[in-house]
Write a protein that binds this ligand. Structure first.
Ligand code: FES
Ligand SMILES: [Fe+2]
Length: 355
């Protein structure tokens, strides 16, 4: 049983659990917010999410098989239904078997979402609206990294792109980033950190994108990065460049190239996460080769963050009492943590005392 009272996770929220292709004809075991969950497809193809614990002897159900939409335990053959109730077991009467926990789960916008909090509060209306997901003018490519670090370190990383100058020097980094101050604002439960850099050379990633969009890649550009955190741990970053002097972010479509960096950060444990990263773009949306090229480039860039974050986590674990500084560049992450702390405190206050 998880110890919800002491964990830093917002529970009444949808987290990305998997991409649809990860849940095929075999069950998928994945820990989310400290809960061990098994995902599989029932006979109607819909995804089910259950506690990964066989009521017979506690074997992980994710080691079993899916037979005609029923999850069959790999140990002694217990058949589990999508609602967490045992359907059958060879040679046994199953009526008295205790039900196991089932989790609300939705497949939408190209992701499988799970809710680890109070099922009564799980509503599809709470899913983030991804305007690009079902729009043929937009294309999306992305991937998944498992990262051994507190999920909030990734939020910090994405809400402060100053690190691009250093961590991503060969692709999207450039000195103008840390020479230009950023601005953080708070709107309700979301935090926005933005940076606008005018009349600068375009870094390699954006030169590639400009060529792909039919723009000259050797001219100065106005560049922007607008990082938006929304609870529990989603960060969408509007990024782009426009030929210098045409209005930057507001420039007409034929003078700019832009996209949305999509980051769904799902806690696994207190010191590890599932990081679903990707990019949605609205130029040459039908060009699958370009989608693959961008995905590969972004995958390499984001892999550069992983070592930094994992080593940072190792340091923080080793020296938990060390105090960290909060500079102006850290404001976006600081605001996001305030929102998380507030939501966690509210949820914990609403929990029955026995939990
Ligand atoms: S542990 Fe699952 S059937 Fe025995
Ligand atoms: Fe990065």
């Amino acid at each position: 049983m998880s110890n919800a009272a002491s964990t830093p996770f917002v529970r009444n929220a949808w987290y990305v659990a998997a991409t649809p292709g990860e849940i095929d004809d075999k069950p998928l075991g994945r820990t989310i917010c400290g809960e061990r969950i098994v995902f599989y497809r029932g006979d109607d193809g819909r995804v089910a999410a259950l506690e990964d614990f066989c009521p017979h002897r506690g074997a992980p159900l994710s080691l079993g098989r899916v037979v005609e939409g029923k999850l069959v335990c790999g140990y002694h053959g217990l058949e589990m239904g999508c609602d967490g109730k045992t359907i059958a077991m060879p040679g046994q009467r199953v009526r008295g078997f205790p039900a196991i926990r089932s989790f609300p789960v939705i497949e939408k916008h190209g992701f499988v979402w799970v809710w680890t909090g109070d099922p009564a509060q799980a509503s599809e209306d709470e899913l983030p609206h991804l305007h690009w997901a079902d729009d043929p003018e937009w294309a999306y490519g992305g991937g998944l990294y498992h990262v051994k670090a507190d999920y909030r370190l990734m939020i910090d990383n994405l809400m402060d792109l100053t690190h691009e100058t250093y961590v991503h020097a060969t692709s999207i980094g450039q000195p103008e980033i840390d020479e230009t101050p950023c601005k953080t604002t708070v709107e309700g439960d979301s935090a926005v950190t933005s940076r606008f850099m005018n009349d600068i050379p375009a870094p390699p990633f954006w030169r590639m994108a400009m060529r792909a969009h039919g723009l000259p890649d050797d001219q100065k550009v106005d560049r922007w990065q607008i990082c938006r955190y929304t609870p529990p741990s989603h960060v969408m970053i509007e990024v782009g460049v426009a030929l210098a002097g045409h209005g930057g972010y507001e420039a007409p479509k034929d003078k700019k190239v832009y996209s949305i960096v999509v980051d769904f950060i799902t806690p696994e444990t207190e010191t590890s996460m599932w990081y679903f990263w990707g990019m949605a773009r609205n130029f040459r949306a039908q060009d699958k080769a370009l989608t693959a090229q961008i995905r590969e480039g972004q995958g390499k860039i984001f892999a550069e963050d992983l070592e930094m974050l994992e080593r940072q986590q190792a340091n923080l674990t080793r020296w938990p009492e060390r105090r960290l500084l909060m500079l102006n560049i850290d404001a976006g992450g600081v605001q996001a943590r305030k929102v998380i702390d507030k939501l966690v405190a509210t949820e914990q206050a609403a929990q029955p005392a026995a939990a």
